[in-house]
Design a protein around this ligand. Structure first.
Ligand SMILES: NC(=O)c1ccc[n+]([C@@H]2O[C@H](COP(=O)([O-])OP(=O)(O)OC[C@H]3O[C@@H](n4cnc5c(N)ncnc54)[C@H](O)[C@@H]3O)[C@@H](O)[C@H]2O)c1
Length: 436
């Protein structure tokens, strides 16, 4: 509560509403209720003093509460590589509710570059660290955003969680069901908020699709398809040797296709039952797959189909999500699920007009700009003690479908989702190179 607001409130009926019954301000006279001038004045003064104290105490309590709500969350970004520019942009876009206090990377030049970028955008330079543990000791940090190689996510997230920090982790949240489960459990135990960067859930067309599903416009859901037809050349893998390895990354399903797989499962009900897959390494000299095909049977009966590749010639073609039901058919395409290609329902609804207004423009790159909204949602969740849209419990699902697909490739058998325990490193001894 600012002084201005208190002043504005004083002398009006709002004062009573703000400070409770009996509140009054400045010139307002407290009611007198005793006989005799002296006694009356004395009593009035005591009464006024009592009420002034009451008002002051209320004011103090309110301003403390408001300060707590309004205090900007202090973030540290751990990992300043390729995706970090989206975190910097999100920090700038949400500068009214957060402060990116620290950027951290063992490669100090990368961290310095991010500090420069944020300073350019906001006029405020974050501190640069090369060790996130040291930064945590020395600085007041509320939230840690983790954007390191995927293989380090679990270890760093668990360290942060155990030190009472809220964690927003890049996808995939981990590379094993055990690690992801532990992150979810420990976040709950330590009372911190765990979020996962599946920013495409915030794309306008995807939000509209989800609304249509929630409103029951599809009738019975039948099937859906996630197609990620992209190209990743050898220089992409050589630029960061962790990519395409079982220990640090996984293949194209885990790295490139996970967003669309997340959207597919979110759209078709989020409760997979059985998964079957074939994956292979056709063209790229990496350990893991560069192509994968997955079939998912959901508990509600719907069937999801995934076609994911890093081998499309000569460049990225599309990322598409299609959902089909008894009374609806929606296809969202574009470079990264941001353009409605087909929107048909048996009945019309007010949202159809909103859908028509969507721009359908492709983002500058396949990462899109969803990090800005994802951060806003995550900050809201931390401040209000509620779940973010992509919580740990949500983030694990896409990752687990992919691990089930890996297990199915390895064993040649369908895999039950609920009981799955698997890690990318369980694929170390499986040669997925296609020899045909
Ligand atoms: N959400 C998306 O659309 C999206 C897009 C690309 C990448 N990603 C994910 O983001 C993560 C990073 O990918 P990238 O392409 O930016 O990788 P990158 O190799 O370009 O960057 C990773 C950075 O993390 C740093 N790092 C490693 N250990 C660290 C530590 N202990 N403390 C601080 N920094 C550390 C590395 O030095 C490196 O600079 C991956 O998990 C990837 O899957 C997400």
């Amino acid at each position: 509560m600012t002084n201005e607001r208190v002043a504005a409130a004083c002398g009006s009926m709002q004062a009573a509403a703000l400070y409770g019954e009996g509140a009054f301000c400045g010139t307002e006279k407290a009611p007198s209720f005793t006989a005799g001038r002296q006694g009356r004045e004395g009593q009035t003064k005591r009464f006024q003093l009592f009420h002034f104290r009451k008002v002051r105490e209320k004011k103090r309590q309110l301003s403390e509460r408001e300060e707590n709500i309004m205090e900007k969350l202090q973030f540290m970004l751990i990992g300043c590589g390729r995706i970090s520019k989206n975190h910097i942009a999100a920090a700038a876009a949400n500068a009214d509710t957060m402060e990116l206090r620290v950027v951290c990377d063992p490669v100090v030049e990368l961290a310095e570059k991010k500090a420069d970028q944020l300073e350019e955008l906001t006029g405020k330079r974050p501190l640069v660290y090369t060790d996130y543990r040291k930064a945590m000791e020395e600085q007041k940090i509320d939230c840690c955003a983790i954007a390191t190689e995927s293989g380090y996510h679990a270890e760093i997230a668990l360290y942060c969680i155990r030190h009472g920090k809220h964690v927003l982790v890049e996808k995939p949240m981990a590379l094993s069901t055990a690690d992801a489960g532990q992150m979810i459990r420990e976040a709950k135990e330590h009372g911190v908020t765990l979020g996962v960067c599946h920013q495409n859930r915030f794309n306008d067309p995807v939000q509209q699709l989800h609304k249509a599903i929630e409103d029951g416009r599809f009738g019975k859901l039948v099937n859906g398809t996630a197609r990620v037809l992209w190209n990743r050349t050898m220089p992409y893998y050589e630029q960061a040797p962790w990519r395409g390895t079982w220990a640090q990354d996984g293949g194209t399903l885990m790295n490139q296709c996970i967003h669309d797989i997340d959207l597919l499962q979110w759209s078709l009900g989020g409760e997979p039952d059985t998964i079957m897959a074939m994956t292979g390494n056709f063209l790229r000299d990496i350990q893991a797959e560069d192509f994968g095909a997955i079939l998912i049977r959901f508990k509600n009966g719907a069937i999801g189909i995934v076609e994911g590749t890093a081998c499309v010639y000569p460049k990225n073609l599309e990322e598409t999500l299609s959902i089909f039901g008894e009374t609806g058919a929606v296809v969202i395409g574009g470079l990264a699920v941001n353009r409605i290609e087909n929107w048909q329902f048996a009945d019309s609804a007010p949202q159809d007009a909103e859908v028509e207004k969507l721009s359908g423009k492709d983002p500058k790159d396949v990462y899109g700009s969803g990090h800005n909204t994802l951060y806003a949602d995550y900050i809201r969740a931390v401040q209000t003690g509620t779940k973010p849209l992509v919580s740990g419990e949500e983030g694990i699902k896409g990752m687990k479908i992919i691990l089930a697909a890996y297990k199915s490739q390895k064993t040649g058998l369908p895999v039950k989702f609920d009981s799955l325990e698997f890690a990318t490193t369980d694929m170390q001894d499986s040669d997925v190179r296609y020899q045909g």
